[in-house]
Structure formats: structure tokens, C-alpha cells
Design a binder for this molecule. Sequence first.
Ligand code: WT7
Length: 665
Amino acid sequence: MAAAVHQPPEHVVKGAHVDSLAKYKDMYARSLSDPEGFWGEFASQFHWNKKWSTGADFHKYNFDLNKGGISLSWFNGAETNVCYNCVDRHVKEGNGDRVAFFWEGNDVGQATTTTYKELQDMVCQIANYMKSQGVGKGDDVTIYMPMVPELPAVMLACARIGAVFSVVFAGFSAESLAGRISDSSPKMVVTCSAVKRGPKHIELKKIVDEALQILDNEEELHIPRVLVYDHKASGVSRDAIQASPVEGRDVWWQDVIGDQSTDCEVTWVGAEDPLFKLYTSGSTGKPKGVLHTTAGYMIGAAATFNYVFDYKPDDIFWCTADCGWITGHSYVTFGPLLMGAKQVLFEGVPTYPDAGRCWEVCDKYGVTLFYTAPTAIRTLMACGEQHVTKHKRTSLRILGTVGEPINPEAWRWYYEVVGNSNVSVVDTWWQTETGAHMITPLPGATPMKPGSATLPFFGVEPAILDDKGNEVEGPGQGYLVIKRPWPSMMRTVAGDHPRFEQTYFSHYKGYYFTGDGARRDEDGYYWILGRVDDVINVSGHRIGTAEVESALVGHHLCAEAAVVPVDHPIKGQAIYAFVTLMNGIEYPPDESVRKELVAQVRKAIGPIATPDVIHWAPGLPKTRSGKIMRRVLRKIASKEEDQLGDTSTLADPGVVQVLLELRGK
Ligand code: WT7
């Protein structure tokens, strides 16, 4: 049966930047045949201290490991500053009084507004303080903060002085934070006293203390300056937090920032100078620092924000993502501010105090463009329509989704119930590595099919490869790869270029390997099938199986662990761990062992990596060469043992029966 097709509603088409499929196709063709003209025209609305080189110098690359190292660059020769373009440019143009952030706190009634001028003042004060502490161009800063306006302001302050920031999601554990701090050796760590998330209080400063203590014990670190924002709205005051300031290291934000000058000269940086690192999980090893640079990232974030959300100056934008993820970088801090947008900055969670919070906030601010994740949509869907229909939602024009494949039922609920079948839904496929949207509908141009990310964005040339690495022509399915670089592409893994080449370019020579499988239909639409590597997508967050396994074997009772994804109705995928205990322990062991193992994972990574199931495994299915057969484990986890396939290569076929007997024990 052919999938249902929904045309963009007339009111969305009318006045859209791209208002027909034909226009999209023309622009797409030009973006590939004339990248310099296409991107140069879009980029000319921004401020450049020095223009880019033209012709062959504009953009260079090698995508083929057979032809040497992987490299790519855009806007060569140019100088600019992302902070200037996000903030100063708008103030200069007379828009200083325009609202940048409508901050909506965790609790109803907590709300502030920040104008572009106020943002500029705050950013300059932070930047001046950083400079006074010796932070300058090329230095690292780690940020561990909740969603308060000060968080994007710190990111922008770093960009202003050419410092390289790395935001660590404030839900990661002390050990995770320590790993990221140790990898980038920051001169400064910026954090917060505490935060309230839903009904829970979390003392962030204490977690930073623990992280630095871990590194101190390992003598791995010169001690950074720790700047602590006293977040009064969290309900835990500066005096009440349990972590006492460390002399000579910790400084309260409120004691030092307000005294700084609100003027801070911009440091002009080169197009390819680093802007930020963002750590993300892969199939092997520790998380990698995905490095993004200045000009290409800036243009990618701005262009996708402009076209994919069809942004116009009257819009009120709201992306629910946290700045700890790439979505919060590109569609809270950078894309919207680059375009001078007014946006909601939300600290809370969609179900607190009740499942109507999002729509209440939409009505309060007149949100026109709303962007969230399938897991949030499914959570709200399960809470019932009454939480939605109680609110008007008439301002909504475009609804976006990101993070994992959206199942057609959730898509339809989003479109019909939230959007009254009178919106465009943009299902945006992209990655931390891609910096910006890659495959997505354009709201005024692309007919929608529930569950499909549809067609490539400008400048993006995807392909599908079969098992042998040959391109699949026309309809078909296989590995999703990209054939040439786009401006906002990651440039390297921080400090480990070989790992960059190995992870993304060694599987199929000449292509960027996404790690996703995809199907292309008869209309050329892409349907993302999910990860094909050992990465689990839990509620839109990437967790490497290797990381969870290494956390589990860190427990003294665990001899071996194998982790696989299992489908989950709300989270998309959940973590399912097979655990072999040390010799001599009987199965099933005391219930306390399970609790300790789960706690161990939460401690090593964070609550998002909590295994849903621990399945006791006296033995694991292995090949004769000792390789764990994850395919077999996945089938057992999803109760599809009738489809185990060929198990004749198992070293000990008996282990399967033992595993089945221990299910649920
Ligand atoms: C992985 C990237 C990009 C921001 C959020 C996640 C999956 C992302 C979609 C989508 C199907 C999607 C992919 C991708 N993914 N968006 N619209 N449809 N799958 O960023 O943590 O870097 O994860 O998320 O598997 O590879 P990330």
C-alpha cells in the first residue's frame, strides 16, 4: 500500500521562502552545481571582517581515504565571528529591544525575558571575565549548566573571544563529566549551583566537584577556574548547596560578572577556526569530541533554521532540546539568534506539572514554530488528548521532530491532534556530526509522508549503498552515506584525526558513513531505519553499547557484559544488558546485585543510560573465535527466539537454552 501523502497547508505555502516542490528542486540543483554562488549569497547577509576567497579556494576537500587524508574547508580566507553575527549585528541594526529569549522556568510562573541588547551586555561581561582569567583564542571552556539564558550566553561569550566551548549535558554523571574535562583540559568550567528538573532538585556544583576530584586523584589536570552561577529559581540557594566553595578555584558568578564592562571587543577568527566540541557516543571506545568550526557551521545552522522552519521575523520559535545536545546548539543558541529570532528557552520537562505544559506555553507566547523529539510526542500521546485540546494552539504553523525515526502513529497524532491537520510537520534527519539538518521536508514545498524524513536539504547529496558498497539506484535500501561535504560538517574528532577517518570514511571509500540504514522509495523519499552500528538510540540520545558494557564490567561482580537495543514504546529503544557474573556466583543472584549493576551504569554515564533489563547470562553466545553474536542476543531480548537464524557457528549452542531459561529471573 502506498504511504499517505499530506500536502503542505495553503497558509503555510503562501509566503514561504520555498513555496513549491519545483522551486526546491531548482534551488537544490543549484546548491550542488554552484556551491560558491548558493552559499555565498546566503552568507552575504552576515558580517564578515574579511570576505572569503573565490573560485577554487572557496571550498576544498578530499573525501577519499584512497587519495590521502580526509580534509574539508569552506569559506577559506574569510574572517568573522559567530557571536557578533548572533548578537551585535542585530543591536547595530536597531533591534536591541527585540526579545531574544522568553525564558520559561521549570515551575509555572517562573519567567523572564532577555532582549538582544541585554544579551549583548551579558555576553560581553562574561567574555571580559573570561579574558581576565587568561581564557583566550583556542582555549577550552567546559560548560555544565541547565537551560537558563546564561547557558547560551556563555557559549556566545566563548565564541566572542575565540575560546572553544564544550557543553556537557547537565544530566551526565560526574564520571562522564570528568572524562570530557580530561579530554579537553579546559581553562574554565562554568556551572550552576543547582537545578530543578520536574519535581527533582539536582546539585550540579556538587557533581562538578566530584568530577574534578576524580581527575585530581588521577593527577591528570591542572585546576581550572570554576565559575558558579547561583540559580536562585532552582529553589536551592547559594548558601544551602552542600558543596562548599574550593578556595582559589571556585568563584560565584554573581560576585564577578556584574562588575565587568559591557563592552568587549570581538576577536575575529578564521573561517576554519574551531567553534566548539561536542562529545558523542560511537560504536567503540570513549565518546568522541566532534569538532565544528566557524563559518561553515554558522551558515549551515542559519540556513537550515531559515528554510526548514521557514523563519520570518514575526515568528516565535520554540525548540525543547537542551543545549547539552547538538539540537540545542544549532536550534537554540545559533540558528535562531543568527537570524534574529524571538524564542522560548525552556528549562523544564514536557510533563511537569502536567502533560499540557507545552501547549500552555505555546499559547502563552504565541509559538508559531515548535520543535521536539518523538519520545516527547509519544509520552504526551500516552497522557491523553485532553491535555492538548484544553489549550488553543492556534498560533502553530510548523511542527518539527528530531532524534530518531518517528513512528507513523506518533507522526499522525502530532499532525492531527497537536496541529489540527493544519500545519506542516518537518521530520528532520541529521546528527551531531552533520551540525545541521540533512534530510528534511521544507514546510511550504515538500508533500509529507508520515515517518519519512523526505528529501535532502540544499547541498546534501545522500546515497544508499548495498552490502558490497555499491550505490543502490532508484528505490531500495541499505547504508545511508553522503557523497560530498556540506558546510556544517564536523571537521575532525578533537585530538584524534585518525579516529575521524576510521569512524566515518574507512567503511566505504569516498563516502561519509552515517551509521544509519535507510530506504529510498519510488518518489526518492528517504525513510531512516535506525542505527546499523553498536549505538542505541534511547529517547533520541546516543548511547554506545561499549560504554554501557565497560561500566558494567567495572563492577567487581561482573565478569562480562553484552548490551543490545530492544524496542520500547516511549523511548524508541531501551538498553538490554546480558551479564555474566564472576565464577562461583549462582544464577539468579540476590536482587541487590541487579540494583548495584544498574547504579554502576548510572554512576559511570548518567540516568539516561539506565539499563531497562539485566538478563543473567552464565554464558554468552560466541563464535569459535570468541566474538559475541549480538544478532542472537537481540533476538532473545526481543522475544523473537523463533527467528534466531543460523546458530551452527556458535561455539556452544547450549548457551541459548540457558539464556531462555533465565529470562525474567
Ligand atoms: C542519530 C544522530 C540530530 C540531533 C539529535 C540526535 C537518529 C536523528 C532522526 C530522524 C530518524 C534520526 C539517527 C542519527 N536520528 N534524527 N529525524 N529520523 N533518525 O543527534 O545524538 O547525533 O544522533 O539520531 O540514527 O544517526 P545524535
